[in-house]
Design a protein around this ligand. Structure first.
Ligand SMILES: Nc1ncnc2c1ncn2[C@@H]1O[C@H](COP(=O)(O)OP(=O)(O)OP(=O)(O)O)[C@@H](O)[C@H]1O
Ligand SMILES: [Mg+2]
Length: 241
């Protein structure tokens, strides 16, 4: 494992429902970067993410996070994860949800930490609302606050910007950048290709295979495309798979 590799996946193979979803995935993610995991629906983004946070049964290969096997108990405190569908308690308020996760993680000053995380995702005005009363975008932000509250070194976020308006999306990406600048490492999945411009590096996943692992400028130079979507289509047409 290279010195600054925070996430290292080697020859990962995963089957779901009897079908091979990831045949042979290898990738490395470095500290302090925002890496976008992009690609069409069904391409395997969530499966790759689940493997990295250690909740996916794998066939073979290795997944190492912060030098430990994915899912290692020590990583619970060091890796923040949001699932694609928001996973907080519907009958608790936003504040109580985030405090609850803070307590589980043993966060010092858990009340203040919860309020800070809620502020970060711009939900302070809704902090007393029950989660079941929130819109989809507000719910995913509440989940994000729960993932942020322990100040994890690594954040693995499955489609955190789905259903958000452009202003909130921009604010969240600004926050991801600030976290990376502070030395955190982020892996963020999206099927919105224009979010590629916010990432240090792009992993394009199609049918379970990485068809690109590159910076956006290098990807555009290599394909002659004007944007990430064009580059993706060019790679598909060129038969890279
Ligand atoms: N619980 C499951 N049981 C069986 N097959 C599954 C299950 N979940 C996902 N799959 C299959 O695994 C493949 C990859 O799915 P995955 O959810 O990883 O894709 P994705 O890139 O995250 O898609 P999306 O953008 O729609 O979230 C798909 O073919 C899907 O049908
Ligand atoms: Mg998914």
């Amino acid at each position: 494992m290279t010195v600054d590799a925070v996430i290292e996946v080697e020859h990962l193979s995963v089957k779901r429902g009897g079908h091979v979803v990831l045949p042979d995935l290898s990738l490395t993610i470095e500290r302090g970067s925002v890496v976008g995991l992009l690609g069409p629906s069904g391409g395997g983004k969530s499966t790759a993410i689940r493997s990295i946070v250690g909740v996916q049964r794998i066939e073979s290969g290795t997944v190492t996070v912060l030098g430990l096997p994915a899912g290692h108990p020590e990583l619970r405190h060091r890796v923040g994860y949001t699932t694609q569908s928001p996973s907080i308690y519907a009958d608790l308020s936003v504040r109580d949800n985030v405090r609850y996760f803070a307590r589980i993680l043993g966060v010092a000053n858990h009340r203040e930490a919860a309020d800070r995380a809620i502020e970060t995702v711009d939900l302070t005005d809704h902090a007393n609302r029950h989660a079941r009363e929130l819109s989809g975008g507000q719910l995913s932000r509440a989940s994000l606050a729960a993932a942020l509250v322990g100040d994890p070194e690594v954040l693995v976020l499955d489609e955190p910007t789905v259903g958000l308006d452009p202003v909130l999306r921009r604010d969240l990406w600004d926050m991801f950048r600030a976290l990376a600048d502070a030395g955190r490492t982020l892996l963020v999945s999206s099927h919105v290709m224009d979010e590629a411009v916010r990432c240090d590096r792009l992993l394009l996943l199609r049918s379970g295979r990485l068809i690109a692992d590159d910076t956006l400028p290098d990807l555009l130079a290599r394909t002659g495309a004007a944007d990430a979507e064009g580059a993706f289509l060019a790679l598909v047409e060129a038969g890279v798979s």
